[in-house]
Structures are given as structure tokens and as C-alpha cells.
Write a protein that binds this ligand. Structure first.
Ligand SMILES: [Zn+2]
Ligand SMILES: [Zn+2]
Length: 361
């Protein structure tokens, strides 16, 4: 763990303030920056976040701030008592964001209840699980940089596409008012762009997937790219504060048999020409057991048949979806001489009562 002398750092500058800042201004600046650099929402900004938190831990506390101002006024020599632990503190890697909010001084100073941090993770589901709902485990993100992409979130060798808004600078200048201010680019969140291909290990978060896993219940009917909020599954709160939320970004794998249309599941069956003409029964796969479907005589190509209740299961808000089966009529590609003569007879027979194109029905 790196020990750093706190008086070396200009904490006012870190928070964008001067030494005359009021406690209110300090808190406001801290909140704004902590949000801007929060590693959960802005991976790769851990260092900056720690710096901001450290600054606030000192400046946000009247006693510490006075000591800090004093030491900085007198110069480093005044801090010779650092060995006693009075003026040194550790800025080692944190294992839990809750620790940071509890304060780097061991959480002994600020005892007010703090809500735990929100977390964000990705979940890859099969098609069936997405439709039917599933109880599964997801791994929570850690605070360590991903070893595959070194925390960048990009697949190795992936092209970095600069942000169009800030032209890759990560900040935008705010020319209003007498002071030249710059703020974090809202499009790329300060990253300066994005990778064309996300890292396969961390799915673009830049953080190593951790061994911390939680059980989650995924409701039936989630779709690809949906974001599910699981209340209270984020980091625990400190000093009796409530836990944060866990946001799960769902990715649904496509299926070779099935697709989705809202809460309906779609599929198709192939029926030979003659059976479409004469009527038949076919076996249709569903997400449960296969079912037998009656195809009436004269079923036209592309007809969609509805199997009630075999789509997304019902829940409190929605009725169950259906299985929509499209009938694809298949034609023989090659005919034997005999088959051809039979089809010619059929064509002649069909054209007798009402010649093609003059049908009166
Ligand atoms: Zn940008
Ligand atoms: Zn990665």
C-alpha cells in the first residue's frame, strides 16, 4: 500500500475550489465530482475518484481541514509527526466502494448513514431463459482493472473510435461566463471515445469480473439489451444506510428455431405442397414439449397459425403471449417423368371448372 503525505496534495485544487470555500461549496463540489468520476458508471476513473474522495475526507471535516490548512501554511516540516499516524493516511486500493463513502480515516469520523453504491453487470441469457424467466447468478463487478484489456474496456487490437462531440479530448469547453470552464464530455463520459469491439472478458466495463456472485430472478419476457434494476442488490450501505441497486444489462442469444415479436414467440414449419392442398398435421417445436398442429386443407403459403399461451408466460402486468407458427409451403425441385405427367393432369383438372385468372370466387 502506498503511503502518501496528504499535505503534498492541493485538495482545494482537486475539488476545483480555493481555500476560502465554504463547507457548503466543498460538499457541493465533492458531490458533483464524485458523480462524474464514479467508477461504477465511469470505469477507468478510479484514481480520480479516489483523489476526490480523499480531498473531501479532509476538507469536508472541520477539524481535519484546519489541520490541513495549518500544515500547508507552515510547510512540510511541520508534518514531521507524520510517523505518529496523525497526518499520514493510507490510500491503498479499496475493495468496497462503501469503504470510501465511510471515509478513508477508518470510517470513524463520519457516522451518518450512507446508501451503498449502485453496481452494474452484464448477463448473457439463452433464448428460452429470456422468454420463460430464470433464476440465475450474476457476478458483480470488482474494482480491479480487467487483465485482458488493462481496464480500457476494448478488445485487444480493437479500434478506438474518437468521440464526435469532444473530438477525443474527453472534456468540452464551456465558454459561458467570465471563466473558461471545462466539463466532462457527456457523450463519452470523459473516455474520449469508445472501442469498436468490447473486451470479451469484462464486456466493455474495464473491470475484472469478480468472484462475488448474487442470485437474481430474471422475469419472463426480457429482451436483448434490456436493463433490469434489482433493488437492494448493489453494495451494502454503511452505518445503517440502504444497499444500492444492481443494474443488469441483459444480452439474449438468438435461437435457430424461434424469434420474438413482443410477448409472442414466432417459428415456422415446412409443409409439402400436396399436404398444404390436402390438409395434414405437423409437429411443431415449442419452448416446452413439441405440439401437433392441424394444417387445414388449402392452407396458403405464409399463413400464420396461432397457438394460444405458448409465448412469454403471463405475469401480473401482461397476459401470456402466443406461439405464432408461419406455414412455409415447399415445392418439389425436380420431378420424374411420371410425376410431371401427374402434375400436368392436376393442372388440367384444376383449370377445367374455372380457368386460372378467371376464377369467380
Ligand atoms: Zn466525448
Ligand atoms: Zn476487459
Amino acid at each position: 500500500m502506498a503511503e502518501r503525505e496528504w499535505f503534498d496534495k492541493d485538495y482545494y485544487q482537486v475539488l476545483g475550489l480555493t481555500q476560502s470555500a465554504t463547507p457548503k461549496e466543498i460538499t457541493r463540489a465533492y458531490r458533483k465530482l464524485a458523480k462524474q468520476y464514479h467508477p461504477d458508471t465511469h470505469p477507468g476513473s478510479e484514481e480520480k475518484f479516489k483523489e476526490v474522495s480523499s480531498a473531501y475526507d479532509v476538507l469536508g471535516d472541520d477539524v481535519k481541514r484546519k489541520e490541513y490548512d495549518e500544515v500547508r501554511r507552515l510547510g512540510p516540516a511541520a508534518a514531521g509527526l507524520g510517523g505518529s499516524g496523525g497526518f499520514n493516511f493510507q490510500t491503498g486500493d479499496f475493495t468496497d466502494l462503501g469503504d470510501l463513502f465511510g471515509g478513508l480515516f477508518g470510517g470513524s469520523r463520519r457516522q451518518r448513514a450512507q446508501r451503498g453504491a449502485d453496481l452494474e453487470t452484464a448477463l448473457h441469457l439463452g433464448f428460452r431463459d429470456a422468454v420463460m424467466g430464470v433464476t440465475t447468478t450474476v457476478s458483480l463487478p470488482s474494482n480491479e482493472a480487467c487483465h485482458t484489456c488493462k481496464g480500457t474496456g476494448g478488445a485487444p487490437g480493437s479500434e478506438f473510435v474518437p468521440c464526435e462531440r469532444c473530438h477525443g479530448r474527453g472534456v468540452i469547453n464551456d465558454d459561458q461566463g467570465p471563466f473558461a470552464m471545462s466539463s466532462i464530455c457527456p457523450v463519452c463520459q470523459g473516455r474520449g471515445g469508445r472501442f469498436a469491439e468490447p473486451c470479451p472478458n469484462c464486456h466493455g466495463t474495464g473491470r475484472e469480473p469478480s468472484a462475488r456472485r448474487v442470485n437474481v430472478r430474471i422475469p419472463p419476457g426480457v429482451v436483448d439489451s434490456q436493463r433490469i434494476r434489482l433493488k437492494g442488490k448493489g453494495n451494502p450501505g454503511t452505518n445503517g444506510g440502504p444497499a444500492g441497486d444492481l443494474f443488469v444489462d441483459v444480452h439474449v442469444a438468438p435461437d435457430s428455431h424461434f424469434d420474438r415479436r413482443g410477448r409472442h414467440v414466432t417459428t415456422s414449419v415446412r409443409v409439402p405442397l400436396t399436404q398444404a392442398i390436402l390438409g395434414t398435421t405437423v409437429e411443431v417445436p415449442t419452448l416446452d414439449e413439441p405440439i401437433t398442429l392441424k394444417v387445414p386443407a388449402g392452407t396458403q403459403p405464409g399463413t400464420t397459425m396461432r397457438v394460444k399461451g405458448r409465448g412469454v408466460p403471463a405475469n401480473g402486468k401482461h397476459a401470456s403471449g402466443d406461439l405464432l407458427v408461419t406455414v412455409n409451403v415447399t415445392l418439389p425441385k425436380k420431378l420424374t417423368r411420371q410425376q410431371r405427367s401427374l402434375v400436368e393432369q392436376l393442372a388440367a383438372a384444376l383449370s377445367e371448372p374455372a380457368p386460372e385468372g378467371v376464377s369467380g370466387d
